[in-house]
Design a protein around this ligand. Structure first.
Ligand SMILES: [Zn+2]
Length: 367
């Protein structure tokens, strides 16, 4: 069975939804704290006094997140590794049943999980800092203009909260320089680590079975970065660069076959193949035996999958708006937008047959 980063995609859900829930809880905490007593003339003084309460409440949310997240991350990485290894076992089963029984590397799992925990570390500090900043800015504005009435205070608070909700906790930049919101960042980092774990486990098993060549699938939903590698044969490890090699036929003794090799798997992965959400897969290439597989039927175009991602981001953004709402009317309106975007996702899915990634828009247990 070929290995693909998307075989571990669902596992990233559990981790990302923990962060999404914490993000919504923090936004809700800040907006509730600001909205309380908003009509009182003593509001600004009260808010300055209560700043410590808010800080404690947010720290409690973060502490709970830290402990559940590191457990969830470890579990997800272990499961992704297991799935990748299992995929190799299935593929190798007929060829080398004894090699297939080698136990999975707990060392590799620990290493990948530790790296991911570290990568998500800065999230916690930023959650605290940015939410306290929003609170302080609104209070400071009121303190500096004491003559302003309750209505103006409310408007200032709503403006700041809406801005916070639109972006969520921000400031995460990936290696490509793109900026991410906290939940999307964690989801992206988790997916990429889990995809890596599955692919690593798979290739490790192939190595143990003495398999040197692999072949990249032809994916139905093509990503531009992977196109150059589609259907190509790659060295499992070793130097980069294309080459034609003379290798032994996989089943015929004393027969040599020449195989066009497009490069190495590490080279292709470094260039983007098997990126998060990649629909390509890699499987064993047996010289003289493996035939090109037919391109699977497309479920949707790349543009349609991108559109679905966009709608999913809108669902999340409006959930944050609902969490930031200071009155019932605004909350109701935001929730209506959530439902409207969910409806559009359902339409798109019905149209294109794409699997609905409901985990990406749901808040999970908090619902
Ligand atoms: Zn791809």
């Amino acid at each position: 069975m070929p290995v693909s980063p998307d075989m571990a995609e669902d596992l990233a859900t559990a981790v990302a939804s923990l962060y999404e829930q914490a993000e919504l809880a923090v936004i809700e905490r800040v907006s509730t704290a600001l909205a309380q007593g908003l009509d009182s003339p003593l509001w600004a003084e009260l808010k300055l006094i209560q700043i410590g309460h808010l800080r404690t409440a947010i720290e409690a949310i973060i502490t709970a997140l830290q402990s559940t997240a590191s457990g969830a991350i470890h579990q997800a990485v272990a499961e992704a590794y297991q799935r990748g290894a299992q995929a190799a076992v299935v593929e190798l089963g007929a060829l080398a049943p004894t090699v297939a029984a080698v136990p999975a590397g707990t060392h590799a799992v620990d290493r990948l999980a530790a790296a991911l925990v570290q990568e998500t570390g800065p999230v916690h500090q930023r959650m605290l800092r940015q939410s306290m900043d929003v609170y302080r800015t609104v209070v400071a504005e009121a303190v500096s203009a004491p003559q302003l009435g309750a209505t103006t205070r409310r408007q200032a608070a709503e403006r700041a909260l809406t801005r916070f909700a639109d972006r969520g906790v921000t400031g995460f930049v990936d290696q490509a320089g793109r900026a991410w919101n906290m939940t999307s960042y964690v989801e992206m980092a988790t997916r990429s680590a889990l995809g890596r774990a599955a692919v690593d486990a798979h290739t490790e098993r192939l190595g143990a079975a003495g398999i040197d060549l692999v072949v990249v699938s032809d994916a139905p939903e093509e990503c531009p970065r992977c196109k150059p590698w589609e259907g190509k044969v790659l060295r499992r490890e070793g130097p980069a660069g294309a080459d034609t090699v003379e290798v032994e036929h996989a089943t015929e003794d004393d027969e040599m076959v020449s195989v066009r090799v497009a490069g190495s798997l590490p080279e292709a992965r470094a260039a983007g193949l098997m990126h998060p959400n990649c629909r390509h897969s890699v499987s064993v290439y047996l010289p003289g035996v493996t035939k090109p597989r037919p391109k699977p039927e497309s479920r949707a175009s790349y543009e349609q999958t991108q559109k679905q991602r966009y709608l999913e981001r809108q669902v999340r953004a409006w959930k944050r708006r609902a969490a930031a709402a200071t009155d019932d009317e605004a909350k109701k309106k935001a929730n209506a937008r959530v439902r409207a975007y969910q409806g559009r996702i359902r339409e798109l899915v019905a149209e294109t047959d794409l699997p609905r990634k409901s985990h990406r828009e749901q808040i999970g247990a908090a619902r």
